[in-house]
Design a protein around this ligand. Structure first.
Ligand code: SF4
Ligand code: SF4
Length: 358
């Protein structure tokens, strides 16, 4: 595997107009200890990355549309040759915003939809009117021919609506639908008790497999459910089928379950480079160290790329190269990011033979 940075999420502000229950960055409307950086600093970071790599750059937050210069950043990135994307909660999208998205040549916008109805989505997002805001944004994106994808986050609170959300998204004109089972971090730590339990998690992934197999239009993938890559292989083998997965140009590379620090990373508003959006451990800071040095030399990233150093079942698993387990979940739940993925029910072949499963 080539460990090239293919996809970088960039927290350009920690401020947000919503207070979602699962928020990775525990955003608030004011983020006093984590102020926005200036446009000049943003350009410096983009120049630094462009001198080394050309990943998809996702302007994220908080809510990136709260920054007045968000489209100046996007334009600058586009001119440097990056494929710029925007991750928004949708509530601040207007006609004017759509025009600026087009002018700055943002290639894809991602939106969140965590319920098939206003009640569920608004409850999850802690804001009345959030669902209507997302729907309005979708209407505007369609009107302006702006390609968008939908991310849906799930806990036991809203998991019953998964099939309905899928049907809803399918009818909305989205390019892709990515479902995500919450990894506890940020505000998400408070909802540890709401995490989808292991057995149900597997059932949902099997449901996804069966639907994805028949789906020819909407691109779909469970995000950060690394053992889905194991399930797909197992099920396809059982059924004697070859399972061809379609790929989105703006995806995270897609070749493996967990890509943290391997093909993707997050740069937070303070310049810290983290393995992914849900992994609160820094590999270095782009304000003081060139991105290239962090990417190629940080101890943290080198450990994540050394699959042999993974522990427990993951360490002896024949699927470690395609799955790898969620390192952020291991970190959140055990304090050791190399520990066995806590939510995988699989016993690797090696352990089955030796009776050595953990
Ligand atoms: S550690 Fe890997 S699987 Fe887990 S949230 Fe990050 S990228 Fe996704
Ligand atoms: S044991 Fe680890 S590497 Fe193997 S399938 Fe489960 S999570 Fe993936």
């Amino acid at each position: 595997m080539d460990f090239e940075p293919k996809w970088i999420a960039w927290e350009i502000t920690r401020r947000c107009n919503l207070k979602c229950v699962h928020c990775r960055s525990s955003s608030e409307l004011e983020a006093i200890e984590h102020p926005d950086f200036t446009l000049d600093e943003a350009k410096k970071i983009l120049d630094d990355i462009a001198s080394y790599a050309s990943p998809v750059m996702v302007l994220s937050g908080g809510e990136p549309l709260l920054r007045k210069d968000v489209f100046d950043i996007a334009r600058y990135g586009t001119d440097l040759g990056f494929r710029m994307c925007l991750a928004t909660n949708g509530t601040l999208v207007t006609e004017e915003v759509c025009e600026k998205i087009k002018e700055s040549e943002i290639r894809m916008v991602s939106l969140s939809l965590d319920g098939a109805c206003a009640e569920t989505h608004d409850n999850f997002r802690n804001q009345k009117g959030a669902f209507d805001g997302t729907m309005k944004a979708i209407e505007l994106f369609n009107k302006h021919s702006i390609p968008f994808l939908v991310n849906s986050s799930f806990t036991v609170r809203n998991q019953k609506e998964i099939p309905e959300i899928y049907k809803l998204v399918k009818g909305l004109g989205a390019t892709a639908w990515y479902m995500f089972m919450i990894v506890p971090t940020g505000r998400g730590e408070d909802i540890m008790s709401e995490l989808i339990p292991e057995k149900l998690y597997d059932e949902i992934l099997e449901w996804h497999y069966n639907v994805e197999k028949e789906e020819n239009e909407l691109l779909m993938r469970p995000t950060c459910a690394p053992h889905y890559y194991r399930i797909v292989r197992q099920k396809a083998k059982e059924e004697g089928e070859t399972f061809k997965r379609r790929n989105l140009k703006f995806s995270t590379g897609g070749s493996k379950g967990c890509l943290a620090g391997q093909l993707i990373c997050l740069i937070d508003v303070d310049g810290q480079v983290l393995p992914c959006s849900y992994f609160p451990k820094s590999a270095g800071n782009v304000k003081t160290t060139p991105f290239k040095d962090i990417w190629e030399q940080s101890e943290l990233f080198l450990q994540l790329r050394d699959f042999k150093s993974y522990k427990g079942n993951c360490g002896q698993c024949e699927y470690v190269g395609v799955c790898g387990g969620c390192r952020a979940r291991s970190y959140a739940m055990t304090g050791d990011f190399l520990a066995q993925e806590p939510f995988c029910s699989y016993t690797p072949r090696k352990a089955q033979n030796t009776g050595d499963s953990l």
